[in-house]
Design a protein. Structure first.
Length: 360
Protein backbone atom coordinates (compact mmCIF):
# COMPACT_ATOMS: atom_id res chain seq x y z
CA UNK A 1 0.00 0.00 0.00
CA UNK A 2 2.81 2.43 0.90
CA UNK A 3 4.55 1.57 -2.38
CA UNK A 4 1.34 2.34 -4.28
CA UNK A 5 0.87 5.72 -2.62
CA UNK A 6 4.46 6.62 -3.52
CA UNK A 7 3.53 6.20 -7.20
CA UNK A 8 0.78 8.84 -7.00
CA UNK A 9 1.50 12.29 -8.40
CA UNK A 10 1.62 14.15 -5.10
CA UNK A 11 2.59 17.42 -6.75
CA UNK A 12 -0.72 17.33 -8.62
CA UNK A 13 -2.63 16.30 -5.49
CA UNK A 14 -1.09 18.98 -3.26
CA UNK A 15 -1.70 21.74 -5.82
CA UNK A 16 -5.37 20.71 -6.15
CA UNK A 17 -5.79 20.51 -2.36
CA UNK A 18 -4.24 23.96 -1.90
CA UNK A 19 -6.57 25.41 -4.55
CA UNK A 20 -9.55 23.88 -2.77
CA UNK A 21 -8.16 25.31 0.46
CA UNK A 22 -8.12 28.78 -1.07
CA UNK A 23 -11.75 28.26 -1.97
CA UNK A 24 -12.66 27.21 1.55
CA UNK A 25 -10.93 30.24 3.04
CA UNK A 26 -12.73 32.60 0.64
CA UNK A 27 -16.12 30.93 1.19
CA UNK A 28 -15.65 31.22 4.96
CA UNK A 29 -14.71 34.87 4.59
CA UNK A 30 -17.77 35.69 2.49
CA UNK A 31 -19.91 33.89 5.09
CA UNK A 32 -18.64 36.20 7.85
CA UNK A 33 -20.55 39.16 6.43
CA UNK A 34 -23.84 37.22 6.45
CA UNK A 35 -23.04 35.16 9.56
CA UNK A 36 -24.21 32.13 7.58
CA UNK A 37 -21.67 29.32 7.38
CA UNK A 38 -23.83 26.59 5.82
CA UNK A 39 -22.07 26.81 2.42
CA UNK A 40 -18.68 26.61 4.11
CA UNK A 41 -19.68 23.52 6.08
CA UNK A 42 -21.10 21.84 2.99
CA UNK A 43 -17.98 22.66 0.97
CA UNK A 44 -15.82 20.92 3.58
CA UNK A 45 -17.95 17.79 3.12
CA UNK A 46 -17.69 18.11 -0.69
CA UNK A 47 -13.91 18.50 -0.46
CA UNK A 48 -13.51 15.44 1.77
CA UNK A 49 -15.77 13.36 -0.50
CA UNK A 50 -13.93 14.52 -3.62
CA UNK A 51 -10.52 13.74 -2.15
CA UNK A 52 -11.59 10.24 -1.09
CA UNK A 53 -13.15 9.65 -4.54
CA UNK A 54 -9.90 10.71 -6.22
CA UNK A 55 -7.82 8.25 -4.18
CA UNK A 56 -10.37 5.46 -4.64
CA UNK A 57 -10.55 6.03 -8.41
CA UNK A 58 -6.76 5.86 -8.68
CA UNK A 59 -6.91 2.19 -7.57
CA UNK A 60 -9.01 1.21 -10.59
CA UNK A 61 -7.22 0.38 -13.82
CA UNK A 62 -7.98 3.07 -16.43
CA UNK A 63 -7.88 0.42 -19.17
CA UNK A 64 -11.35 -0.63 -18.05
CA UNK A 65 -12.63 2.68 -19.41
CA UNK A 66 -10.77 2.26 -22.69
CA UNK A 67 -11.83 -1.32 -23.30
CA UNK A 68 -15.52 -1.15 -22.34
CA UNK A 69 -17.47 0.82 -24.95
CA UNK A 70 -20.88 -0.13 -23.54
CA UNK A 71 -19.91 1.17 -20.11
CA UNK A 72 -19.04 4.58 -21.57
CA UNK A 73 -22.20 4.74 -23.70
CA UNK A 74 -24.42 3.84 -20.74
CA UNK A 75 -23.01 6.72 -18.72
CA UNK A 76 -23.29 9.02 -21.74
CA UNK A 77 -27.01 8.29 -22.15
CA UNK A 78 -27.55 8.63 -18.39
CA UNK A 79 -26.06 12.12 -18.65
CA UNK A 80 -28.33 12.92 -21.60
CA UNK A 81 -31.40 11.78 -19.64
CA UNK A 82 -30.33 13.83 -16.64
CA UNK A 83 -29.89 16.91 -18.85
CA UNK A 84 -33.35 16.37 -20.37
CA UNK A 85 -34.82 15.88 -16.90
CA UNK A 86 -33.64 19.33 -15.87
CA UNK A 87 -36.36 20.88 -18.06
CA UNK A 88 -39.05 19.03 -16.12
CA UNK A 89 -37.79 18.56 -12.57
CA UNK A 90 -35.20 21.27 -11.86
CA UNK A 91 -36.30 24.54 -10.25
CA UNK A 92 -35.52 27.81 -11.98
CA UNK A 93 -32.48 29.32 -10.26
CA UNK A 94 -31.14 32.69 -11.45
CA UNK A 95 -33.08 32.26 -14.68
CA UNK A 96 -31.80 28.79 -15.65
CA UNK A 97 -32.63 25.15 -14.96
CA UNK A 98 -29.23 23.63 -14.23
CA UNK A 99 -29.51 21.95 -10.84
CA UNK A 100 -31.63 19.21 -9.32
CA UNK A 101 -32.66 20.06 -5.77
CA UNK A 102 -31.84 17.17 -3.44
CA UNK A 103 -32.78 18.35 0.03
CA UNK A 104 -30.11 20.84 1.17
CA UNK A 105 -27.92 20.00 -1.84
CA UNK A 106 -28.05 20.85 -5.54
CA UNK A 107 -26.86 18.40 -8.21
CA UNK A 108 -25.50 19.72 -11.50
CA UNK A 109 -25.27 16.92 -14.13
CA UNK A 110 -23.33 19.18 -16.49
CA UNK A 111 -20.12 18.74 -14.48
CA UNK A 112 -20.21 14.94 -14.75
CA UNK A 113 -21.26 15.18 -18.42
CA UNK A 114 -17.92 16.92 -19.06
CA UNK A 115 -15.98 13.99 -17.58
CA UNK A 116 -18.04 11.41 -19.51
CA UNK A 117 -17.53 13.34 -22.77
CA UNK A 118 -13.77 13.49 -22.19
CA UNK A 119 -13.73 9.70 -21.74
CA UNK A 120 -15.96 9.14 -24.78
CA UNK A 121 -13.91 11.40 -27.07
CA UNK A 122 -10.65 9.86 -25.85
CA UNK A 123 -12.05 6.41 -26.60
CA UNK A 124 -13.45 7.43 -30.00
CA UNK A 125 -10.31 9.11 -31.33
CA UNK A 126 -7.81 6.72 -29.74
CA UNK A 127 -8.91 3.98 -32.16
CA UNK A 128 -9.49 6.26 -35.17
CA UNK A 129 -6.50 8.61 -35.09
CA UNK A 130 -5.05 7.08 -38.26
CA UNK A 131 -8.34 7.79 -40.07
CA UNK A 132 -8.69 11.46 -39.10
CA UNK A 133 -8.59 12.32 -42.79
CA UNK A 134 -12.14 10.92 -43.02
CA UNK A 135 -14.69 13.67 -42.43
CA UNK A 136 -17.29 11.24 -41.08
CA UNK A 137 -15.27 10.65 -37.90
CA UNK A 138 -15.22 14.38 -37.19
CA UNK A 139 -18.96 14.71 -37.83
CA UNK A 140 -19.86 11.61 -35.81
CA UNK A 141 -17.80 12.74 -32.82
CA UNK A 142 -19.46 16.14 -33.18
CA UNK A 143 -22.86 14.52 -32.78
CA UNK A 144 -21.82 13.13 -29.38
CA UNK A 145 -20.90 16.65 -28.30
CA UNK A 146 -23.79 18.41 -30.05
CA UNK A 147 -26.57 16.64 -28.16
CA UNK A 148 -25.53 17.64 -24.60
CA UNK A 149 -24.36 21.06 -25.86
CA UNK A 150 -27.80 21.88 -27.26
CA UNK A 151 -29.53 20.68 -24.08
CA UNK A 152 -27.20 22.79 -21.93
CA UNK A 153 -27.58 25.83 -24.19
CA UNK A 154 -31.39 25.58 -23.96
CA UNK A 155 -31.37 25.77 -20.13
CA UNK A 156 -30.01 28.42 -20.97
CA UNK A 157 -26.35 27.96 -19.93
CA UNK A 158 -24.09 29.52 -22.55
CA UNK A 159 -20.88 29.19 -20.53
CA UNK A 160 -20.97 25.41 -20.09
CA UNK A 161 -22.05 24.92 -23.71
CA UNK A 162 -18.98 26.83 -24.89
CA UNK A 163 -16.73 24.72 -22.64
CA UNK A 164 -17.98 21.53 -24.37
CA UNK A 165 -17.34 23.06 -27.79
CA UNK A 166 -13.82 24.04 -26.70
CA UNK A 167 -13.26 20.44 -25.50
CA UNK A 168 -14.31 19.02 -28.87
CA UNK A 169 -12.15 21.42 -30.88
CA UNK A 170 -9.16 20.83 -28.62
CA UNK A 171 -9.33 17.04 -28.82
CA UNK A 172 -9.81 17.24 -32.60
CA UNK A 173 -6.65 19.33 -32.98
CA UNK A 174 -4.57 16.98 -30.82
CA UNK A 175 -6.00 13.94 -32.64
CA UNK A 176 -4.60 15.25 -35.94
CA UNK A 177 -7.48 16.93 -37.78
CA UNK A 178 -6.57 18.19 -41.26
CA UNK A 179 -6.17 21.94 -41.64
CA UNK A 180 -8.92 22.26 -44.26
CA UNK A 181 -11.37 20.37 -42.05
CA UNK A 182 -10.47 22.60 -39.13
CA UNK A 183 -11.02 25.76 -41.20
CA UNK A 184 -14.41 24.48 -42.38
CA UNK A 185 -15.44 23.75 -38.80
CA UNK A 186 -14.23 27.17 -37.71
CA UNK A 187 -16.28 28.81 -40.47
CA UNK A 188 -19.33 26.79 -39.40
CA UNK A 189 -18.81 27.86 -35.80
CA UNK A 190 -18.70 31.53 -36.84
CA UNK A 191 -21.89 31.08 -38.87
CA UNK A 192 -23.63 29.34 -35.96
CA UNK A 193 -22.53 32.15 -33.63
CA UNK A 194 -24.08 34.76 -35.93
CA UNK A 195 -27.32 32.78 -36.21
CA UNK A 196 -27.28 32.17 -32.45
CA UNK A 197 -27.06 35.88 -31.76
CA UNK A 198 -29.96 36.59 -34.07
CA UNK A 199 -32.34 33.79 -33.12
CA UNK A 200 -31.29 31.79 -30.05
CA UNK A 201 -29.62 33.94 -27.38
CA UNK A 202 -31.89 35.20 -24.63
CA UNK A 203 -32.26 38.95 -24.09
CA UNK A 204 -30.29 38.95 -20.84
CA UNK A 205 -27.46 36.98 -22.50
CA UNK A 206 -27.21 39.62 -25.23
CA UNK A 207 -27.24 42.32 -22.55
CA UNK A 208 -24.30 40.71 -20.77
CA UNK A 209 -22.27 40.70 -23.98
CA UNK A 210 -23.21 44.25 -25.04
CA UNK A 211 -22.61 45.55 -21.51
CA UNK A 212 -19.18 43.91 -21.58
CA UNK A 213 -18.37 45.76 -24.80
CA UNK A 214 -19.82 49.02 -23.47
CA UNK A 215 -20.15 48.99 -19.65
CA UNK A 216 -21.61 52.51 -19.58
CA UNK A 217 -24.81 51.42 -21.34
CA UNK A 218 -26.34 49.91 -18.19
CA UNK A 219 -24.00 50.46 -15.20
CA UNK A 220 -26.68 49.62 -12.61
CA UNK A 221 -28.07 46.62 -14.49
CA UNK A 222 -26.27 44.23 -16.81
CA UNK A 223 -22.86 45.83 -16.15
CA UNK A 224 -23.22 45.87 -12.35
CA UNK A 225 -21.70 42.46 -11.57
CA UNK A 226 -18.62 42.90 -13.69
CA UNK A 227 -18.08 46.48 -12.55
CA UNK A 228 -18.16 45.42 -8.89
CA UNK A 229 -15.78 42.54 -9.62
CA UNK A 230 -13.27 44.91 -11.23
CA UNK A 231 -13.56 47.27 -8.26
CA UNK A 232 -12.92 44.36 -5.87
CA UNK A 233 -9.88 43.18 -7.84
CA UNK A 234 -8.46 46.71 -8.08
CA UNK A 235 -8.99 47.49 -4.40
CA UNK A 236 -6.95 44.45 -3.35
CA UNK A 237 -3.66 46.07 -4.29
CA UNK A 238 -0.47 44.15 -3.64
CA UNK A 239 -1.29 42.41 -0.34
CA UNK A 240 -5.09 42.77 -0.16
CA UNK A 241 -7.39 44.22 2.46
CA UNK A 242 -6.98 41.22 4.74
CA UNK A 243 -8.94 38.09 5.56
CA UNK A 244 -12.60 38.88 6.21
CA UNK A 245 -12.09 42.57 5.42
CA UNK A 246 -13.07 42.69 1.75
CA UNK A 247 -15.43 45.65 1.55
CA UNK A 248 -17.09 44.71 -1.74
CA UNK A 249 -17.83 41.11 -0.75
CA UNK A 250 -18.83 41.80 2.88
CA UNK A 251 -21.04 44.77 1.97
CA UNK A 252 -22.95 42.75 -0.60
CA UNK A 253 -21.83 44.78 -3.62
CA UNK A 254 -19.95 41.85 -5.17
CA UNK A 255 -22.53 39.30 -6.40
CA UNK A 256 -21.91 35.57 -5.97
CA UNK A 257 -18.58 35.99 -4.11
CA UNK A 258 -18.50 32.23 -3.44
CA UNK A 259 -19.15 31.02 -7.02
CA UNK A 260 -18.76 33.03 -10.26
CA UNK A 261 -16.87 35.93 -8.65
CA UNK A 262 -14.82 34.10 -6.05
CA UNK A 263 -11.62 35.13 -7.88
CA UNK A 264 -12.51 38.80 -7.32
CA UNK A 265 -13.23 38.06 -3.64
CA UNK A 266 -9.81 36.41 -3.23
CA UNK A 267 -8.08 39.28 -5.06
CA UNK A 268 -9.79 41.84 -2.82
CA UNK A 269 -8.72 40.18 0.43
CA UNK A 270 -5.32 38.74 -0.51
CA UNK A 271 -4.26 41.07 -3.33
CA UNK A 272 -1.80 40.38 -6.09
CA UNK A 273 0.21 38.04 -3.85
CA UNK A 274 -2.78 35.77 -3.23
CA UNK A 275 -3.79 35.81 -6.89
CA UNK A 276 -0.20 35.00 -7.93
CA UNK A 277 -0.23 31.93 -5.68
CA UNK A 278 -3.47 30.77 -7.31
CA UNK A 279 -1.98 31.26 -10.78
CA UNK A 280 1.13 29.33 -9.72
CA UNK A 281 -0.94 26.44 -8.35
CA UNK A 282 -3.01 26.26 -11.54
CA UNK A 283 0.16 26.30 -13.64
CA UNK A 284 1.62 23.44 -11.59
CA UNK A 285 -1.60 21.46 -11.92
CA UNK A 286 -1.80 21.95 -15.70
CA UNK A 287 1.93 21.14 -16.04
CA UNK A 288 1.44 17.80 -14.26
CA UNK A 289 -1.54 16.99 -16.48
CA UNK A 290 0.48 17.81 -19.61
CA UNK A 291 3.34 15.67 -18.30
CA UNK A 292 1.00 12.67 -18.00
CA UNK A 293 -0.19 13.31 -21.58
CA UNK A 294 3.37 13.48 -22.90
CA UNK A 295 4.55 10.34 -21.10
CA UNK A 296 1.45 8.26 -21.90
CA UNK A 297 2.26 5.19 -23.98
CA UNK A 298 -1.04 5.01 -25.86
CA UNK A 299 -3.64 7.35 -27.29
CA UNK A 300 -6.50 6.95 -24.82
CA UNK A 301 -4.67 8.19 -21.71
CA UNK A 302 -2.98 10.91 -23.77
CA UNK A 303 -6.30 12.19 -25.13
CA UNK A 304 -8.04 11.95 -21.76
CA UNK A 305 -5.30 14.03 -20.11
CA UNK A 306 -5.45 16.57 -22.94
CA UNK A 307 -9.25 16.73 -22.78
CA UNK A 308 -9.31 17.23 -19.03
CA UNK A 309 -6.60 19.86 -19.32
CA UNK A 310 -8.58 21.71 -22.02
CA UNK A 311 -11.69 21.79 -19.83
CA UNK A 312 -9.71 23.14 -16.85
CA UNK A 313 -7.85 25.74 -18.91
CA UNK A 314 -11.10 26.88 -20.58
CA UNK A 315 -12.92 27.27 -17.28
CA UNK A 316 -9.99 29.01 -15.59
CA UNK A 317 -9.54 31.42 -18.51
CA UNK A 318 -13.25 32.26 -18.83
CA UNK A 319 -13.83 32.69 -15.09
CA UNK A 320 -10.80 34.89 -14.50
CA UNK A 321 -11.57 36.78 -17.71
CA UNK A 322 -15.08 37.47 -16.37
CA UNK A 323 -13.68 38.74 -13.07
CA UNK A 324 -11.15 41.03 -14.75
CA UNK A 325 -13.61 42.41 -17.27
CA UNK A 326 -11.79 40.78 -20.20
CA UNK A 327 -14.71 38.49 -21.09
CA UNK A 328 -18.49 38.77 -20.71
CA UNK A 329 -20.20 37.16 -17.71
CA UNK A 330 -21.43 33.76 -18.89
CA UNK A 331 -21.55 31.82 -15.63
CA UNK A 332 -18.46 29.59 -15.49
CA UNK A 333 -17.09 28.48 -12.11
CA UNK A 334 -13.42 28.49 -11.12
CA UNK A 335 -12.23 24.84 -10.84
CA UNK A 336 -11.49 23.55 -7.31
CA UNK A 337 -12.13 27.00 -5.81
CA UNK A 338 -15.76 27.95 -6.51
CA UNK A 339 -18.48 26.62 -4.22
CA UNK A 340 -20.46 23.61 -5.43
CA UNK A 341 -20.25 19.90 -4.87
CA UNK A 342 -20.87 18.78 -8.45
CA UNK A 343 -17.98 20.75 -9.89
CA UNK A 344 -15.56 19.98 -7.06
CA UNK A 345 -16.25 16.24 -7.03
CA UNK A 346 -16.16 16.01 -10.85
CA UNK A 347 -12.79 17.79 -10.84
CA UNK A 348 -11.38 15.37 -8.26
CA UNK A 349 -12.86 12.45 -10.23
CA UNK A 350 -10.92 13.63 -13.29
CA UNK A 351 -7.74 13.82 -11.21
CA UNK A 352 -8.45 10.31 -9.91
CA UNK A 353 -8.52 8.94 -13.47
CA UNK A 354 -5.26 10.76 -14.19
CA UNK A 355 -3.73 9.21 -11.08
CA UNK A 356 -4.89 5.80 -12.31
CA UNK A 357 -3.17 6.46 -15.65
CA UNK A 358 0.06 7.35 -13.86
CA UNK A 359 0.08 4.45 -11.40
CA UNK A 360 -1.05 1.74 -13.83
Amino acid sequence: MIHYFKKLDWVMIVSAVLLAGFGLVSIYSSALGRNDFINFKKQIIFFAAGFILMIATSFFDWRGLRDNSYFILVFYFICILLLIGLFFFAPVTRGIRAWYKLGPFSFDPIEFTKIVLIILLAKYFSIRHVEMYKLRHILFSGFYVLLPTVLIFKQPNLGSALILIALWFGVLIVSGIKLRHFLVLLLCLILISVLGWQFFLKGYQKERITSFLNPQVDPLGASWSQTQAKIAVGSGGLFGQGFGKGSQARSGFLPEPHTDFIFAAVAEEFGLMGVSIIFLLFLILIWRIIKIALTAKSNFPRLFAVGFGIVLISQISVNIGMNLGLLPVIGVALPFISYGWSGLIADFLGLGILQSIKTH
